[in-house]
Design a protein around this ligand. Structure first.
Ligand SMILES: NC(=O)c1ccc[n+]([C@@H]2O[C@H](COP(=O)([O-])OP(=O)(O)OC[C@H]3O[C@@H](n4cnc5c(N)ncnc54)[C@H](O)[C@@H]3O)[C@@H](O)[C@H]2O)c1
Ligand SMILES: N[C@@H](CCO)C(=O)O
Ligand code: NA
Length: 430
């Protein structure tokens, strides 16, 4: 029998536990698919007493010692966070081990350095599970679409916020109420900041943009707005214009006369209910990719959860194990395009603005003048009610985001405007 490939598993929580179980359950198939048996050499945890499911002989608290052990070939990092995950992955790479990780926060911050280290050491670094969980997305971008020119990647990449926004739309609940429900059901974590404030989606957007556009994008390059300020009024206003509210990650390569740039942003937006992303409910994820030759592609499925995420980890594990059997490492992603990031202020967007106004002669003209003064073109205006209870609902054409936000700031100061009740970007309207 050929010698097994030996795996160090770092972390044994939701994802790690599922990885361990699947590697054991599918041992025979993995052997057949890889060409050598794949077995777990050790499992690094913080508290061994909390892991009765793991054979005691495999457990260790010495993660660094485990990843550098001579009898370890491959390392699976499912601890999460920046440290100690970064030092452990670096140590593994330097020791000649290929690495599979699910860690979006780390890859979005340090992907370039980690890839450089992996290339130098001649090992693989794969992280399909880090974006959109089970959905095959990063390897399609990295491999299947490597011959095409990707122009745009737009998606719902955070299940927790999608669940909250879906519930707000279904029940009319406010953000706080929907978040409490998501927490009770175990979708939202005890500290939901990373999800609801858009940090999780921004890290994923950075990874997607880097792979799609062959350039280095970090989480700090991503314009980020979360969903905590989305109100029941926003969701109701969206429904009135045939839209629904989603937290979108939008990565665009913008062709310019002075060279191309990338614009990467995460924010809530109204999208038409006829848009395919509008139908993505609950904790599911979906991502649209637009490439020059391929046209539009859509990827849909479970973006989180132990087993779905472990599926992506195991797919990567098989890939790096096969490379190891072949005595090679796969080509890593390139960042040759080296594109500058375009700030949100210059990025063209469309706004939906809802205003409570005094319905007196001339108010519409005054409001329209404020849009014109900022060179923002209005697509549609609707007035509901009259007298003191009049509401103006305005959808703009595309304009630089800075012009739109300056318009809204000016509207807030106008005596004729009693309140700006809803401001959201709009995507996907023709
Ligand atoms: N849970 C999901 O649905 C999901 C989906 C996609 C990606 N991910 C990513 O997978 C990774 C793991 O997520 P999770 O949900 O399994 O988290 P988790 O909190 O359930 O598990 C992490 C485990 O790592 C352990 N750990 C922490 N520090 C350690 C150390 N120094 N040495 C050894 N073990 C240590 C923790 O005790 C915990 O058991 C994260 O990067 C996360 O972003 C998770
Ligand atoms: N917290 C993340 C987990 C998957 O990365 C989500 O809600 O989508
Ligand atoms: Na994925």
């Amino acid at each position: 029998m050929t010698a097994p490939l030996r795996v160090a598993l770092l972390g044994c929580g939701t994802v790690g536990g599922a990885v361990l179980r699947l590697v054991e359950e599918q041992a025979a198939d993995l052997t057949a698919r890889v060409g050598r048996p794949v077995e777990v050499a050790g499992v690094a945890v913080r508290r061994p007493d909390r892991h009765p499911e793991v054979p005691a002989g495999l457990l260790t608290t010495d993660a660094h010692g485990l990843v550098t052990r001579d009898d370890v070939d491959l390392v699976v990092e499912v601890i999460g966070g920046i440290e100690p995950a970064r030092s452990l992955i670096q140590a593994a790479i330097e020791a000649g081990k290929s690495v599979v990780s699910a860690n979006k926060a780390l890859l979005a911050e340090d992907g370039v350095a980690l890839h450089a280290a992996a290339a130098k050491a001649g090992v693989d670094l794969y992280y399909e599970a880090s974006v959109a969980g089970a959905i095959p997305l990063l390897r399609p971008l990295r491999e299947s679409l490597a011959g095409d020119q990707i122009r745009r990647v737009v998606g719902i990449v955070n299940g927790t916020t999608n669940y909250i926004l879906s519930r707000m739309a279904e029940t009319g609940a406010g953000f706080g109420e929907a978040l409490a429900e998501a927490t009770d059901l175990g979708y939202a974590e005890a500290d939901p900041t990373a999800d609801v404030d858009g940090f999780d989606a921004a890290a994923k957007a950075a990874i997607l943009a880097s792979l799609a556009f062959h350039t280095a994008v970090t989480a700090s390059d991503v314009h980020r707005e979360g969903i905590s300020s989305v109100t029941a009024t926003d969701v109701a206003r969206a429904a009135e214009i045939g839209c629904t509210v989603k937290l979108l990650a939008i990565c665009e390569r913008v062709v310019g006369e002075d060279g191309d740039t990338v614009a990467v942003r995460v924010h809530p937006a109204m999208i038409p209910t006829t848009h395919p992303l509008a139908a993505v409910g609950g904790a599911f994820n979906a991502v649209f990719v637009e490439a020059e030759a391929a046209g539009q592609l859509m990827f849909y499925g479970q973006g989180a959860g132990g087993e779905p995420t472990a599926s992506a980890v195991l797919g990567d594990l098989v890939a790096v194990a096969r490379n190891r059997v072949a005595g090679a490492a796969g080509a890593g992603p390139t960042a040759y395009a080296d594109l500058p990031t375009r700030p949100i202020a210059e990025t063209p967007t469309r706004y939906h603005v809802s205003l409570d106004v005094a319905d007196v002669p001339g108010v519409l003209a005054t409001v329209a003048t404020e849009f014109a003064r900022h060179e923002v073109s209005i697509a549609t205006v609707r007035q509901d009610g009259h007298g003191d209870a009049a509401t103006l609902v305005i959808v703009t054409h595309s304009a630089p985001d800075a012009a739109l936000s300056a318009t809204v700031a000016a509207l807030r100061e106008m005596p004729a405007v009693r309140a700006v009740t809803s401001v959201l970007r709009v995507e996907g309207l023709s």
